[in-house]
Design a protein around this ligand. Structure first.
Ligand code: SAH
Ligand code: SF4
Ligand code: F3S
Length: 468
């Protein structure tokens, strides 16, 4: 039998890339590759890239510089190392990558991973291969499902892609250009994937998509189903105790989703709904097609549907033309909503989306200052949210042994890591935990004695205005 070849894959960017990386591993497993944690001894290295901000994108070229050294070393030892650039930079820059980095054998866009084996064969015979056209077929229909062994090695929580691409065209964002138009997978296919994962020990599913609540896949009745209906359907699959979804757009929070939050205990009360800015003028320039008040109303409706719901968001500071007043509107919105966490970024001009043409750039110092102020506010809210857990009893889904001997670690409904001293036998189960302490972002607690029902934690007890 021939030796298995070793594959190393490094992913940048969003959850979609993490999921895609696993599917590439599954595809190449069928070709005799096994995954290796280091690039040094790999026969094939895949960089699964992200184009969202300039920094993310430029990382690819420095990484390729390092890989060139490894590849030369391998060659001196009589070994061939192939290098693939996949993901959103591959899609956006295609030929340019081959020009700038001759070390690359294959450039493959995110919609064409099912062609990887052919592209590798083509590179072997012709020296190089490139595929960045959007194929007409859906790659998911062709990618092999993960093996039982692969699922088990990935733990009790898994992503499942339900939709890909985006039709929103926010003026700063490359995603509609790198991932293409929005496509939803049929309900039956998603349910098959989830059943397979559940049969192999997965208990938590996060449905992912660039714009996940724009989901409108074909239901068993032949009609398009909204995300809320899909969630309702999946919640019935035995073994699935927790459902999440990410990333949603405020404009696509519809009645079905609100009702799913109201009715499904499996649907976790922690939602990532990016707003980007609190200024209507900037939201307009960003082409978000909603106002700050529209967003407030969405949050209110979700809060009414489920009292323990908490939110996270993404923010961009220093969008072209953002004045001090616009930025203050963002701070005011954050203060009013009270987040359990959020990501914030400095605006980064990208080739393709129209904001790149806007000339009223905010100065680098101003951007830095705004980012610090926003992050301080968000941090203080996150700490307040975490501190409010102390003394309460909350459900924790245990995931793995912790680094500290004797401890195991799991996550609360709000994705906070929670550590307890307990037997690893309960990994994969949900147990009520009384939270005693907070160590940085981790909760420490003890298993609540007996089969107690975890008390619902109410976010309404949190201050809505937390120190600026
Ligand atoms: N689909 C999601 C987000 C996708 S990108 C949504 O609609 O919100 C993840 C985050 O990166 C965005 O929410 C935005 O905050 C940030 N981002 C996207 N393009 C950016 C840019 N050009 N500069 C800075 N941040 C950006
Ligand atoms: Fe990008 Fe906007 Fe689409 Fe999100 S909704 S992926 S920010 S274009
Ligand atoms: Fe990055 Fe592409 Fe995701 S640009 S954020 S990897 S969709």
């Amino acid at each position: 039998m021939s030796q298995p070849r070793k594959l190393h894959i490094k992913s940048y960017g969003c959850q979609m890339n993490v999921y895609d990386a696993q599917r590439m591993v599954d595809t190449l497993a069928a070709e005799g590759f096994i995954e290796t944690p280091a690039a040094d001894d790999a026969d094939l290295v895949i960089l699964n890239t992200c184009h969202i901000r300039e920094k993310a994108s430029e990382k690819v070229y420095s990484e390729l510089g390092r890989l060139r050294v490894l590849r030369d070393e391998a060659a001196r030892g009589g070994r061939t190392m192939n290098i693939v650039v996949a993901g959103c930079v591959a899609q956006a820059e295609g030929q340019e990558i081959i020009r700038r980095a001759p070390v690359v054998d294959v450039v493959v866009g995110p919609q064409s991973y099912h062609h990887l084996p052919q592209l590798l064969a083509q590179a072997k015979s012709h020296g190089r291969a490139l595929e960045t056209e959007f194929p007409v077929e859906d790659k998911f229909a062709f990618l092999p499902p993960p093996s039982r062994q692969a699922i088990r090695s990935r733990g009790i929580s898994s992503f499942v892609t339900v939709q890909e691409g985006c039709d929103k065209f926010c003026s700063f964002c490359v995603v509609p250009y790198t991932r293409g138009a929005e496509v939803s997978r049929p309900v039956a296919k998603i349910a098959d994937d989830v059943r397979r994962l559940a049969d192999n020990g997965v208990h938590e599913i996060t449905l992912i998509g660039q714009n996940v609540n724009a989901y409108h896949g074909e239901g068993p009745d032949g009609r398009p189903w909204p995300l809320g209906r899909l969630l309702r359907h999946l919640a019935r699959i035995p073994g699935i105790v927790r459902l999440r979804y990410s990333t949603s757009h405020p404009r696509d929070v519809d009645d079905s989703l609100i009702e799913a939050h109201r009715d499904l205990p499996e649907l976790m009360p922690f939602v990532h709904v990016p707003v980007q800015s609190g200024s209507d003028r900037i939201l307009g320039a960003m082409n978000r097609k909603h106002s700050a008040d529209d967003y407030r109303r969405v949050i209110e409706r979700l809060r009414k549907a489920r009292q323990d719901i908490a939110f996270s968001s993404d923010f961009i500071v220093g969008f072209p033309g953002e004045t001090g007043e616009d930025f203050c509107a963002t701070l005011a919105l954050v203060e009013q909503i009270g987040y359990a966490g959020a990501y914030s970024f400095k605006y980064s001009p990208r080739p393709g989306p129209p904001a790149a043409e806007m000339r009223e750039m905010v100065s680098a110092e101003e951007m830095d200052e705004r980012l610090v102020r926003l992050q301080e506010l968000i941090d203080s809210q996150q700490s307040a949210f975490n501190r409010a857990m102390i003394g309460t009893t909350v459900d924790v889904l245990f995931e793995r042994p912790a680094r500290n001997p004797g401890q195991i670690v799991g996550r609360t409904a709000w994705l906070q890591p929670a550590h307890v001293f307990a037997s690893p036998d309960i990994i994969g189960q949900v147990w009520p935990v009384t939270i005693e302490r907070l160590e940085r972002y981790s909760l420490l607690g003890t298993l609540a004695p007996g089969p107690v029902q975890a008390q619902p934690f109410s976010t309404t007890s949190l201050p809505t205005t937390v120190g600026a």
